[in-house]
Design a protein around this ligand. Structure first.
Ligand code: SAM
Length: 237
């Protein structure tokens, strides 16, 4: 099969042909595949804790951070992959068709920054900040995306460096913050776009959607694409 990767990213990811560890995963070398498997329980627990409690266990945070640092080239590759980005793109298009014009947009856990760059291009007069806790991811993001209204910033989703009620649109692709923290920074009339490449759409009565609702964020639109999904939330009331 032809290698269709763009020349600017992913080149630091050596590919191992025919390995059972990497089958169907051209963005993964064998070492990264092993690291992903070993760190998965910690990363899943970390994400669950962050979403449910707004806090994370120290060990899970350390393991997850190490994984994000090691896997930066992999995420750089995914950041230019249309399938990876499709749920975010569709959610963004759905929001844009409503005619909203956010002045301040924050992308949480931006990784290599493709989602943030999409936002900056969609609303070129908006100020877009993309936060991530990994300096290595941010370095990759800055090298890939140069939109003039986009700034990458090292910050934690657990305690975002924004005043209450200051953000017009908060987004996350394959990343998450606690709904209460998202709601805290949301301005009146703000939206939250949550998209996942590998997460099927959750039902209206799921714990996930109910947690958003309990924080004052009402799901107003959603959709599925491939194995992933996107959801739009609005500040309730
Ligand atoms: C699964 S990756 C998603 C990257 C990107 N959004 C994408 O889908 O390509 C999760 C990202 O969240 C970042 N992250 C993890 N915990 C975080 C936190 N507490 N605050 C900010 N970023 C965090 C990681 O460094 C990583 O870049």
């Amino acid at each position: 099969m032809a290698d269709t990767r763009p020349p600017t990213v992913g080149d630091a990811v050596p590919r191992v042909r025919g390995s059972r560890w990497t089958k169907g995963r051209p963005d993964m070398n064998r070492a990264m595949s092993v690291a992903a498997r070993l760190s998965e329980p910690s990363r899943m627990r970390y994400a669950g804790d962050v979403f449910n409690t707004g806090k994370a266990r120290r060990r899970d945070r350390l393991v997850s951070s190490a994984y994000w640092m090691l896997s930066t080239p992999t995420w750089g590759y995914r950041a230019v992959d249309d399938v990876h980005l499709a749920p975010f793109r569709l959610g963004l298009e759905a929001l844009a068709t409503t005619g909203v014009q956010p002045a301040f947009v924050v992308d949480v856990g931006t990784g290599a920054g493709a989602s943030a760059a999409m936002l900056a291009r969609q609303w070129s007069s908006a100020r877009v900040e993309a936060i991530d806790s990994s300096w290595r991811m941010l370095r990759r993001a800055r090298s890939l995306h140069k939109e003039p209204n986009l700034r990458f910033r090292r910050a934690s989703a657990l305690s975002m460096p924004y005043d209450a009620g200051s953000v017009d649109l908060l987004t996350c692709l394959n990343a998450i913050a606690a709904p209460s923290e998202m709601r805290r920074v949301c301005a009146p009339g703000a939206h939250v776009l949550a998209a996942g490449t590998w997460v099927p759409l959750r039902g209206e009565d799921s714990d996930w959607v109910q947690r958003f609702a309990a924080a004052g964020l009402r799901r107003i639109d959603s959709g599925s694409v491939g194995g992933g999904s996107w959801e739009l939330y609005a500040v309730a009331g």
